[in-house]
Design a protein around this ligand. Structure first.
Ligand code: ZN
Length: 275
């Protein structure tokens, strides 16, 4: 499993299990790995692929706290002593304070369909991010500057995007999904469209967007996903105003009943001020 260069000195690794993306950005002084995959074995493959490209000191970034984006931190950081790990403060807090609970939950969630993955993610030593940001941080990696931004809540409370303006590439994490529908388990469906609108406003035309899962997309794809999420948010608002059961609202939504029901329940909780 190798890295594909999608822009000058920007390399993408697509991990087939869950079709997760990890991205390497090589600067003049350090190399940045955005998202670190699910297990020690996957992270070791990623490390070897990174080391086939560059010997530079590594910096890690996690787009959010879900295991498939950060459970490789420990293996990758061990390869680069003094390696900093960046995330949004909310994502870092989840991994610092609740890692054991998340690890149990995810083990139970994935055991029926992906037993090997479940067992391996339960064995990971979770290494929380040690550098956090609230809204924005610039990272000079030697001859190129990365922009780390929290644009609002969406897929989770602590989503981070990484812009590489000179490429131009934007790493969107699970705020944008290509491999399947958006994932709503820890989401904020009412705020998500506004967060994507902020992403579209802050991204230059012609930028390649790397989703959390699946193939890179263009801004038209992101605009279409924004419009779908906007329609869903209004469906949820209307249902909430009418006192409609979540199941009835989900039946009208675009993403299929199971995915939509999760979204509607999260949206109702958001509108009720319970999130
Ligand atoms: Zn996620």
């Amino acid at each position: 499993m190798g890295l594909a260069e999608i822009a000058p000195d920007v390399y993408l690794l697509r991990q087939p299990v869950l079709d997760v993306n990890a991205t390497l950005i090589v600067g003049g002084e350090v190399a940045v790995v955005v998202d670190t995959l699910s297990t020690d074995a996957q992270a070791a493959q990623l490390r070897d692929a990174v080391r086939a490209v560059t010997a530079l000191q590594l910096v890690l970034v996690n787009t959010h706290h879900h295991f498939d984006h950060c459970f490789g931190n420990n293996v990758l950081a061990a390869d680069s002593p003094g390696c900093a790990i960046w995330a949004h403060e909310a994502a870092a807090a989840e991994l610092r304070d609740h890692a054991a609970r998340w690890q149990r939950e995810w083990y139970d969630e994935w055991l029926p369909t992906h037993p090997d993955l479940a067992r391996e993610l339960a064995e990971v030593t979770v290494r929380p991010p040690d550098r956090t940001l609230h809204t924005e941080s610039m990272m000079d990696i030697g001859g190129r500057v990365l922009e780390l931004r929290h644009l609002g809540r969406g897929h989770t409370e602590g989503d981070l995007v990484v812009a590489v303006p000179d490429a131009p590439v934007l790493l969107a994490g699970d705020l944008v999904e290509e491999a399947g529908p958006p994932s709503f388990g820890d989401s904020f469906p009412i705020e998500w469209p506004e967060t994507l609108a902020a992403l579209l406003l802050s991204t230059a035309p012609g930028t390649t967007v790397v989703p959390g899962h699946g193939a890179p997309v263009d801004l038209d794809f992101v605009r279409a996903q924004h419009d779908e999420l906007t329609a869903l948010a209004w469906l949820i608002r209307d249902g909430h105003a009418d006192g409609a059961p979540a199941e009835a609202v989900a039946a009208k939504a675009a993403y299929g009943p199971t995915v939509a029901l999760t979204a509607v329940r999260r949206g109702y909780a958001e509108l009720a001020g319970r999130l």
